[in-house]
Design a binder for this molecule. Structure first.
Ligand SMILES: *Cc1c(COP(=O)(O)O)cnc(C)c1O
Length: 481
């Protein structure tokens, strides 16, 4: 299948090449020329693994043996065989995406990506190692390390903002084992780390290096495509529970940072799944809320550190894919992205804004409200959710209140509450003294919800990756690996 850059139809690749390269040479993102034809009703009938195979075969037809790759990626790695279970909580359906090996939703994609990448490498006959470069706001890093450690022919280097991730998230990354991994803190915020990674790609372009660069961020289509599956899974679970009939519309509220998760929902809709409104939930860094409401994307604002750090983002990379999908105009996308780079702001034409507003609705939730939501959901329904999920919940409530649309609502739950024990404890009125590990214990004693084993086991593990560097030193760090 032909893919090309969101900024130029001339920069083409097939789907295997798109997975291998990650980012197009002009800085654009790869998108398929057209959305593949898809039997969405048939896809709903299989297991979660069957759904994943069907969707991935449709989007990445140049990668062979998809069912086998899916099996290798997921079997035995998640807490449940459905991979992403749904729980009915109050008026909403909570889609738990955090039951994988690192307790974050990114496991769904990053368990799959190594399989896709090594298969793409095989079918293209590539001999040299692939070096995966990843900037993380906290969760991607560990999920990518877990997916890629000790995968033959691949190395991985993760950059995270120094002081910008939780103690647990840091511990997850710096204790990572494996002979092919590097983890490094960057003085700066997530956007600095992400920009640094993009600059390394640009600097290495066309150079003779002992490795090929690729990315595990959601700029890689091989990272994005596996996320489409759980929208189908959630729909199927609502069907099985008798809450909807086939064809009924379902709304989804998505805690959003880089716009990858929610874009996967839009791709599910384009494949035919009856998705109604996609609700884009932000935290106090509400650049996307403002954009979807006004059509002006303006990153010229301070980045706040919040209790939902995986959403502390001002440059939302995958929005570029949406702009391309809804306009079909690579020249427009290229000019908007150029403006964003040079001036930090752009405004989309009003026809494009209307198309966006037809599909998406946006709201934001600051830390105080997130705490209220976590406390209330726990008190009223005995359900413990993390601050990212709380933002999704709050936006879903706002949507129902403002629009009166009472179609079934799925709230995507993107992290285990145990990844953010301080914020969660404080929200339910617990004592927040001590380290995050002591807080985890206390949270578990208080609520009876068990600590995921992968997190409980972190304590006392030796720290293996302690480097801290300036953002200007990222390229030389990589070249010395
Ligand atoms: C990454 C992440 C998000 C945001 O997902 P995007 O695909 O970047 O929009 C939300 N919540 C958690 C816990 C995450 O790790």
């Amino acid at each position: 299948m032909r893919y090309h850059s969101t900024r130029s139809p001339a920069l083409e690749a097939d789907s295997a090449q798109a997975v291998l390269t990650g980012l197009a040479p002009d800085g654009g993102l790869y998108m398929p020329e057209r959305i593949p034809a898809f039997h969405w009703q048939a896809a709903l009938q299989g297991t979660s693994q069957d759904m994943a195979s069907a969707i991935l075969s449709a989007f990445l037809p140049d990668i062979p043996d998809m069912p086998q790759l899916v099996k290798q990626a997921y079997t035995g790695k998640f807490e449940t065989e459905t991979l992403t279970p749904s729980v009915s909580v109050g008026d909403f359906q909570v889609l738990e995406l955090f039951r994988g090996p690192t307790s974050a939703f990114k496991d769904v994609a990053l368990s799959m990506l190594p399989q896709l990448l090594t298969a793409a490498k095989r079918c293209k006959g590539i001999q040299e190692d692939i070096l995966i470069l990843t900037a993380t706001s906290g969760d991607t890093g560990k999920a990518a390390l877990e997916g890629f450690h000790d995968v033959p022919g691949v190395r991985i280097c993760v950059f995270y903002p120094h002081g910008g991730v939780s103690q647990v998230q840091r511990a997850q990354m710096v204790t990572q084992e494996g002979s092919n991994v590097a983890v490094c803190a960057v003085r700066g915020n997530f956007d600095d780390a992400q920009t640094g990674v993009k600059n390394i790609f640009a600097a290495c372009q066309g150079k003779a290096l002992p490795f090929r660069l690729s990315s595990a961020n959601s700029i890689n289509i091989g990272r994005l495509a596996p996320q489409i599956m759980y929208y189908f899974r959630a729909y199927r679970d609502l069907l099985d529970a008798g809450k909807i009939a086939l064809g009924d519309t379902v709304n989804f509220s998505v805690p959003t940072g880089n716009f990858g998760d929610i874009l996967a929902g839009y791709l599910a809709k384009l494949l035919g799944l009856p998705v109604g409104t996609l609700i884009c939930a932000s935290n106090a860094n509400k650049v996307l809320t403002d954009f979807i409401r006004t059509g002006t994307y303006d990153r010229r604002r301070p980045l706040y550190k919040t209790t939902s750090p995986s959403m502390d983002i001002l440059v939302s990379s995958n929005l570029e894919r949406l702009l391309y999908l809804l306009s079909g105009d690579t020249e427009l996308v290229a000019s908007l992205m150029k403006k964003l780079n040079a001036e930090g702001v752009y405004t989309v034409p009003s026809e494009l804004l209307q198309k966006i507003q037809k599909e998406f609705w946006a709201a934001y939730c600051d830390d105080r409200r997130a705490a209220q939501v976590m406390g209330r959901v726990y008190r009223d329904y005995g359900y413990l959710c993390d601050p990212h999920t709380a933002a999704g919940w709050a936006a879903a409530e706002d949507y129902v209140k403002e629009t009166g649309d009472h179609a079934p609502m799925v709230v995507l739950s993107t992290a285990s509450p145990y990844k953010f024990p301080s914020a969660v404890l404080s929200a339910i009125g617990g004592d927040t003294s001590g380290t995050e590990f002591q807080q985890m214990e206390r949270l578990s004693q208080l609520t009876g919800v068990p600590v995921p084993r992968n997190l409980a086991n972190l304590q006392g593990k030796p720290e293996r990756h302690t480097a801290v560097i300036d953002k200007d030193a990222m390229l030389s760090y990589v070249l010395e690996l």
